[in-house]
Design a binder for this molecule. Structure first.
Ligand code: PSV
Ligand code: MN
Length: 388
């Protein structure tokens, strides 16, 4: 029997972190379509993110990307966040947008470039100290395009050296989350292409090194929930970068392309204990809203994660385990599908009423007039953007 009070309690505790870059202009290499009212600086990005939290009630933190979100005074930015009722979350390092990094950052054959890249990662931890952020997200575009271009094993060694230095610098309550991606921008080898490579690098370093699963970073057909189950079992699932993909790293709204996959992932998270706040699994979004409005796009994404989580939480685990133990293949599958096919929106309406929220976050945001206000106010200045 499903305990709906427990389901709602778990949903209240799940916090979904928003990416600052989702509020800036973004696009493809073909065209960035500018949108009206887009933030001009990190302070305005936080103001927009606070709206998402205001209406959903479960998105109280924002990931920053450095140097995109570089400000003179990070403590002041953290105070601004607090004034808006939110906080600064993970710090994302960026060692992929400098000419020096053409042949790699921490795995570059040139020791000068490796030093520069590692120094950036250490500087990100300085920022974490100022913002109170607990997580450093590491993603490396490093890799090669051609067989023979560089020594694959030597690059792994350089990576291990850099990660060890970063690990050493972490404070007691800080950790790094190592992100993998199977291709792009490197096409022959990526230095961290998959969860196994990330796991291998994290394992010897210790508990403050964990893996982050970006749902868009796998080959088509990859069973992501299997990876999630394994990482959770090993205590190495640091968190998610949620987004949807149809083809490659599309960065579309989470749950838009394949809500069933998102449900399967959240099912493994639930059964593996990953919804317990103590486990520290970070539920982050890593998305771009190229053609849809950005704040509304984030609200939709948060609601999609919530719906998938709710469906995972209403699975009748007693019935599932009984069917599994009895070898009842169809019965076990039916328990899962019953949960997936349940309309959880009435449950979420109840939850929002109990949380003092409008039952329809999207409609409430659209009624609020915030969008019209920023369009009128944010005139002049340079709009923020992915890569800006
Ligand atoms: C790389 O594709 C990535 O997923 C990393 O998380 C970056 O920090 C982010 O995208 C930038 O959008
Ligand atoms: Mn990512």
């Amino acid at each position: 029997m499903t305990d709906f009070r427990a389901v709602k309690a778990a949903l209240r505790h799940q916090q979904i972190e928003l990416p600052s870059w989702a509020f800036g202009n973004s696009g493809t290499r073909f065209k960035v379509f500018a949108q009206p009212g887009v933030p001009r600086n990190p302070y305005e990005k936080l103001a927009d993110a606070a709206q998402v939290n205001l209406f959903t009630g479960v998105a109280p933190s924002v990931s920053l990307h450095i140097p995109w979100d570089k400000v003179d005074d990070f403590a002041d930015l953290a105070k601004h966040a607090a004034d808006l009722g939110i906080r600064l979350g993970a710090i994302n390092s960026n060692v992929f947008q400098d000419d020096d990094y053409k042949l790699g950052s921490v795995t570059n054959p040139d020791p000068r470039v490796r030093r520069k890249a590692t120094d950036h990662l250490l500087a990100c931890i300085d920022i974490m100290d100022a913002t109170g952020s607990k997580d450093l997200k590491l993603w490396f575009s490093d890799g090669t395009n051609y067989p023979g271009q560089d020594d694959i094993a030597a690059r792994q060694e350089r990576l291990a050296v850099a990660l060890a230095e970063v690990y050493e610098r972490l404070g007691d309550d800080q950790r790094f989350l190592l992100e993998y991606k199977f291709f792009e921008p490197s096409f022959y080898t990526m230095d961290v292409p998959d969860w196994g490579t990330a796991f291998m690098h994290c394992l010897p370093l210790g508990p403050k090194a964990q893996v982050v699963v970006d749902t868009g970073h796998h080959a088509p057909g990859t069973n992501i929930e299997f990876i999630v189950a394994l990482l959770l079992r090993a205590g190495k699932l640091g968190g998610f970068d949620f987004n949807s993909r149809f083809y490659a790293d599309d960065d579309l709204m989470v749950g838009a392309a394949d809500p069933f996959q998102l449900f399967r992932i959240m099912t493994e998270v639930r059964t593996g204990g990953g919804l317990e706040p103590a486990l520290g699994v970070a539920f982050m979004l890593d998305q771009c809203h190229n053609i849809e409005p950005k704040i509304a796009g984030q609200i939709r994404s948060v609601m999609n994660v919530q719906e998938a989580t709710a469906k995972a939480l209403i699975i009748d685990l007693d019935a599932l385990h009984a069917a599994q133990a009895a070898g009842d293949v169809l019965g076990a599958n039916a328990v899962l599908m019953d949960a997936f096919n349940t309309d959880v929106r009435p449950l979420l309406v109840e939850l929002r009423e109990e949380m003092g929220l409008d039952v329809n976050p999207m409609a409430a945001y659209q009624r609020s007039g915030y969008f019209e206000r920023i369009v009128a106010e944010r005139v002049g200045g340079a709009a923020a953007g992915w890569g800006a």
